[in-house]
Design a protein around this ligand. Structure first.
Ligand SMILES: Nc1ncnc2c1ncn2[C@@H]1O[C@H](COP(=O)(O)OP(=O)(O)O)[C@@H](O)[C@H]1O
Ligand SMILES: [Mg+2]
Length: 387
């Protein structure tokens, strides 16, 4: 485990989050409990530091500001590996984040929209506002999942709040409810439907109308704006796919291209990097959308998000999952053989430059050499230019 400390940020970073305080905490820590480790990770993320696992026996902490390094035995983590979550400490972690916390009376839960393995999404009423609530039954989760729930909460609070950023679902606040069951609730703007629903409608019709193509262009322009913002903030999403894109129509009667907007959601695997370390070490993501370098070495960068973006656009333009004819367990092997997915575009009612640009965009993202992939900004310019 290597914990690297970067120069302290001066803008708005409180001393409690600074690199030196963090290093002192680690130095003086007799035994790191799980919640403590989560706290360190969250603080590390918050101060622009990072942690990564490279060695199974020692935890080395390097401070490039003064060049000092610390080396601690991994036995410090014994409590972590044995699991067990100390809820007082977790509450302390949440409190230390200084986020907008709503009391349980501030919002009313409505019907469930979606049920996943670790969380469910509900309609919810926050004052006058209808919103969505992502609910984690944290006392039923393994400690690592609790950690990732808290990281998702922290990341959303950091990156999903600016009002002027397009293409990212808006975070509204969080709440903790109950003891048994204990729930962590992330509140966010409510969208109409996931992009998978829009794409299924197109695929079932078997024909892309000009209005569908305009709608897809709008959606992917929004997503590229969101992605460009994430990448410029040293955040990689790591789970781009149609199911993690939310679509909302501002028109009440019909889905019209210009009135649609789309947002990137599900920051459960998102990772905050830094100018000093622009990659994540552990393989994570959804296999069919994962870049070859991630399935092979676990090394994810903004370039692997671009591969997944290409797969997401392919999914939208074909109405099929990437590598749809291959069982999911065999997908990594297929990718390692440098085989691209076979696909058939949904036919269009007429030849359109926009559609051709979207199709070419897919191919420019699906380059096995990550260095050949375009940036989100380049892709955005391309889609804005075609009309
Ligand atoms: N803000 C939201 N508004 C409307 N539906 C949402 C919202 N967030 C998520 N959903 C629905 O829930 C599904 C799963 O959400 P997600 O955050 O991706 O959960 P998971 O981490 O389990 O994948 C989405 O595909 C979408 O259908
Ligand atoms: Mg998801």
């Amino acid at each position: 485990m290597v914990v690297k400390a970067l120069p302290e940020r001066t803008n708005g970073t409180s001393p409690a989050n600074s690199a030196s305080v963090l290093l002192k905490q680690i130095e003086s820590e007799p035994a790191l409990t799980h919640a403590r480790l989560v706290l360190l990770k969250v603080l590390a993320d918050r101060s622009g530091l990072f942690l990564s696992l490279t060695d199974s026996n020692r935890l080395s902490v390097v401070n490039p500001v003064d060049g000092r390094s610390y080396s601690l035995p991994m036995t410090l983590f014994s409590e972590y590996s044995e699991g067990g979550v100390d809820w007082n400490e977790v509450d302390g972690v949440l409190a230390s984040l200084d986020l907008q916390c709503y009391s349980k009376d501030a919002f009313v839960m409505g019907e469930r929209i979606y049920k996943g393995n670790t969380s469910s999404i509900y309609h919810c009423q926050l004052g006058d506002k209808e919103c969505a609530a992502k609910v984690f039954m944290v006392d039923e989760l393994a400690p690592e999942k609790v950690a990732s729930c808290m990281r998702e909460l922290y990341l959303m609070s950091e990156i999903c709040s600016p009002p002027d950023v397009q293409g990212i679902v808006k975070y509204l606040g969080y709440s903790v409810r109950g003891v048994h069951p204990r729930r962590v609730v992330i509140l966010m703007d409510l969208a109409d439907e996931p992009l998978t629903a829009v794409v299924s409608a197109f695929a079932n019709r078997g024909l892309l109308l000009s209005s569908d193509v305009a709608c897809l262009r709008t959606i992917f322009i929004d997503i590229l704006q969101g992605l460009s913002y994430l990448h410029s903030s040293y955040v990689i999403h790591r789970d781009l796919k149609c199911a993690n894109i939310l679509v909302t129509s501002s028109a009440s009667d019909a889905v019209v291209g210009s009135q649609l907007h789309a947002e990137l959601a599900d920051f459960g695997l998102a990772k905050k990097l830094s100018p000093y370390k622009e990659w994540a070490n552990k393989p994570a993501g959804s296999t069919r959308w994962m870049a070859p370098e991630v399935t092979e070495s676990g090394r994810a960068t903004w370039r692997s998000d671009i591969w997944s973006f290409g797969m997401t656009l392919l999914e939208a333009l074909t109405g099929q999952l990437p590598y749809h004819g291959v069982v999911v367990l065999d997908v990594p092997k297929t990718i390692s053989l440098r085989i691209l997915p076979s696909f058939k575009w949904i036919p269009a009612e007429s030849e359109l430059d926009v559609l051709q640009t979207l199709q070419e965009t897919v191919l420019s993202c699906l380059q096995f050499d990550p260095l050949q992939r375009p940036t989100a900004d380049e892709l955005l310019r391309r889609l804005l230019q075609c009309d």
